[in-house]
Design a protein. Structure first.
Length: 142
């Protein structure tokens, strides 16, 4: 990605800053491979809610924060059920569902469906964003 900024001095959205090779890496999900090192270190799991920016921590509702009750993962329930085509609220609901229903068989199902999702290249972008728009908090306080 480039570091191009707009007239307001802010970084341009990802879709404008991605170089062609970066687009390929994102479309093929190869940009996720370095996270395997985090799995080997024990900081992440193969399956669990995707880690998000630390800046988002104070923006979660109490229910959304439950996603942190399990180790973050490279792939998760939200990734096989829409990926970046989902809204933030939908992603968080799927993450909490995973926390409440996690099991070895569910993890195996998620890993299998992840392979299919990557091959289909579905849900990589959210509307006009290259990935997801910035999370600005939720109006819900559940």
């Amino acid at each position: 990605m480039t570091n191009e900024i707009g007239s307001d001095g802010q970084l341009l959205p990802d879709r404008f800053r991605l170089v062609p090779f970066g687009r390929f890496l994102r479309a093929s999900s190869l940009d996720e491979l370095p996270e395997l090192l985090n799995v080997l270190k024990g900081d992440m799991s193969l399956v669990g809610p995707r880690p998000l920016l630390m800046d988002y921590l104070p923006l979660y509702s109490g229910r959304q924060a439950r996603r942190h009750e399990v180790r973050p993962g490279i792939t998760g329930w939200a990734q096989i059920n829409g990926r970046n085509a989902l809204s933030w609220e939908e992603k968080f609901e799927l993450d909490v569902w995973y926390v409440d229903n996690q099991s070895l068989w569910l993890d195996i199902k998620i890993l299998f469906k992840t392979v299919l999702q990557v091959l289909k290249r579905d849900g990589i972008s959210h509307g006009e964003d290259a990935t997801m728009p910035k999370f600005k908090g939720s109006n819900r306080d559940d």
